[in-house]
Design a protein around this ligand. Structure first.
Ligand code: F0G
Length: 322
């Protein structure tokens, strides 16, 4: 078995696998900083980490005879869902915020032949549309990250990190809806429960300042988030004001002894350039946010050079040429 399906024993059982050999992405050692590694998820089949979860959820849907999928997206989920639906021979509706999806992602979604539904407003309105639709029309199966099978696929990133590095101190993850950070944490916890590892990394969640409801909740020590009605950031992938998985994301960071941190748009762009020009890696803005957070934490001595640290680069630079 290739990619994530090597870890079949720790994945849900399916009768038919829908795969594009997702996973097995490169782990690249930093040239600039000691003990820093980039997990380059931009090299998945559709150019983002979403493919890991999409392979599992579409396999389950296919195995259970589902014919119609629906998903709201800021772009990467749309691109991934469209490709896996095409491979499975299933219909897929993608609901996206009009004018706010990066060019590369929109192109992929059109190319793979999904039914695109553009709505006025932001991602939060798109997800509301999906929830209304599935309540009325039961034949549509939702594959957003509130679907737990997505999380099952995405947790495989942790297994690959363990294979390459053994124990890890920090994992820095850009956060939108909060699905991925909780998936990565779940992966490590499973390894721990199986006694494969005996220490767990700290999870560091990163949000763009203009769309940072979870980071704000963290900083203010609140129990419930104050949602952002008008989220705004250059990192359109994580331009989300009402993250559906906020509870899981907070839990992952709390349990792991990690932190949430905010970064500004200009810090994101600086980090994107530095990554491209010093390390030779092209990542989209949302991914560069994680590197911006690393640079900030390093400068404040909140991460030192002895700590083995992973920056998860969630999507490829070509996704967002703007
Ligand atoms: N990085 C990229 C490149 C993303 O596309 C996303 C999410 C995230 C990070 C955050 O992951 O939502 O699990 O916390 N993109 C979703 C989408 C929302 O529709 O493509 P998260």
């Amino acid at each position: 078995m290739n990619g994530i399906w090597r870890f079949q024993d720790l994945l849900p059982k399916v009768s038919e696998i829908v795969s594009l050999n997702e996973g097995n992405t490169p782990l690249i050692r930093s040239k600039e900083f000691e003990n820093l590694y980039f997990k380059f998820e931009g090299l998945n089949p559709t150019g983002s980490f979403k493919d890991r979860g999409m392979s599992v959820v579409v396999s389950l849907a296919k195995s259970n005879g589902i014919k119609k999928l629906i998903v709201a997206s800021t772009g990467n989920t749309a691109a991934s869902a469209s490709a896996y639906a095409a491979r499975a021979g299933m219909e897929c509706i993608v609901v996206i915020p009009k004018g706010k999806v990066a060019k590369g992602k929109l192109f992929q979604t059109i190319l793979h032949g999904a039914n695109i539904m553009e709505i006025e407003g932001n991602f939060d309105e798109a997800i509301k549309y999906v929830i209304n639709k599935i309540e009325k029309e039961r034949e549509y199966y939702p594959i957003n990250s509130f679907n737990p099978w997505r999380i099952e696929g995405q947790k495989t990133l942790s297994f690959e990190l363990y294979e390459k590095l053994g124990s890890i101190d920090n994992v820095i993850v850009p956060v939108g809806n909060g699905g991925n950070i909780s998936a990565i944490w779940k992966g490590f916890k499973e390894l721990y429960e199986l006694k494969i590892i005996n220490n767990l990394p700290k999870m560091i969640g990163v949000q763009a300042e203009g769309a940072s409801p979870i980071a704000e909740t963290w900083e203010k020590g609140l129990e419930k988030p104050i949602f952002f009605e008008k989220p705004e950031t250059i990192a359109t992938a994580i331009r989300i004001g009402k993250p559906v998985n906020w509870q899981k994301a907070l839990k992952a960071v709390r349990e792991s002894g990690g932190i949430f941190i905010k970064v500004k748009d200009d810090e994101i762009i600086e980090a994107q350039k530095r990554l491209a020009r010093h390390e030779g890696i092209g990542a989209e803005p949302a991914s560069a946010a994680a590197y911006a957070a690393y640079l900030k934490l390093k400068e404040k001595d909140m991460i030192n050079k002895y700590e083995k640290t992973i920056v998860v680069l969630t999507g490829h630079a070509l996704k967002d040429p703007n």
